[in-house]
Design a protein. Structure first.
Length: 326
């Protein structure tokens, strides 16, 4: 099989930012492989297209699918078949922390679960190591020293290069970093939900991560599609919201009013709503990257354009805040 030959100009097409105080640079746009593993050929086209545009960071978790584990398996086949000769140019991350297998050892943040999970993930992806291994969510019933200690041992074993945390906030961020520093663990990043409609990270994540030298990666940057043109006129029958009560419940008159006003404002900037939503996030220089998920190749063009868009002025930011508060 002929392995993929990447676009030689790919690194000129993407912007990169340092991840906290570490030496690692990440593309400002990263690809998340959560619910888009429709088929091997589809994911292959997405991954190859991303890499050719300079997107080097691919984000997974043990339970991504469906079913759980499928995303890692599909991605592993693509790397093995076509991109393994570029392994040193890829940043591959995965996580453990949510329910993965039955019984008391396949969930949360115990040492037993995390070490078993990284071994399973590496097997599914046919890799010797991942670049970043995350604890996926806080576990208040397991001592944080145990969870961070397990991440430390995973890195020291060579199964991961860096460690990360996800969905951590407040003092938990500082405590995790303090433990990591004592263990000489490169805990370099915190991945959190952050978008125009979900701004809790501004209160208890961005400052804490900046003060501890951790990068921040935003997931769900388009609020599950709400910050796109998909729902401007209601809920299409073939959309995610049509089969998701939690999502459809958000699409009341108030949300639709805001979405349409944001869309009109984006047009004045010469952007789509999705582009502007990503540009709005990337205004934070302390924000390392945003994780996108795509269901069509055409969506990649929108996401990549946002990485090169003119910055939002203070006047424009104030106008966006005004729309969001209406």
């Amino acid at each position: 099989m002929i392995k993929h030959l990447a676009n030689k100009s790919r690194y000129d097409l993407m912007n990169y930012r340092r991840c906290g105080n570490s030496g690692l640079l990440l593309p400002v746009i990263s690809l998340g492989l959560w619910q888009n593993c429709i088929s091997l050929n589809f994911v292959r086209d997405i991954v190859i297209n991303c890499f050719d545009q300079g997107l080097t960071h691919f984000d997974l978790a043990n339970n991504y699918g469906p079913p759980a584990g499928k995303a890692e398996e599909v991605f592993g086949k693509i790397i093995s078949n076509e991109l393994n000769h570029y392994r040193d140019e890829l940043i591959i991350s995965t996580k453990a922390g949510y329910d993965m297998w039955g019984g008391p050892y396949g969930d949360w943040g115990s040492r037993k679960y995390l070490i078993a999970s990284i071994d399973q993930s590496l097997k599914r992806m046919k890799l010797n190591y991942v670049d970043i291994f995350y604890h996926h969510r806080p576990d208040m019933n397991t001592p944080l020293e145990e969870t961070i200690g397990a991440l430390s041992d995973i890195v020291k074993s060579g199964k991961a290069i860096y460690a990360g945390i996800s969905n951590y906030s407040g003092d938990r961020i500082v405590e995790a970093k303090d433990i990591a520093n004592r263990l000489f663990l490169p805990l370099i990043v915190n991945q959190v939900k952050y978008n125009m409609f979900d701004r809790e990270a501004e209160d208890n994540v961005l400052n804490q991560c900046s003060s501890t030298g951790q990068g921040v990666i935003a997931f769900c940057p388009l609020s599950q599609g709400l910050l796109t043109d998909k729902y401007l006129n209601g809920i299409p029958s073939n959309s995610r919201a049509a089969s998701n009560k939690n999502l459809s419940g958000k699409l009341n008159k108030e949300y639709l009013f805001k979405i349409n006003n944001l869309n009109d404002f984006a047009k004045k900037r010469g952007q789509s709503l999705a582009e502007m939503a990503l540009t709005w996030l990337l205004r934070h220089q302390d924000l390392t990257s945003v994780i996108i998920g795509v269901s069509r190749l055409e969506q990649l063009k929108i996401n990549f354009k946002a990485s090169k868009a003119p910055i939002l002025s203070n006047e424009e930011l104030n106008k966006i805040d005004q729309i969001l508060l209406e």
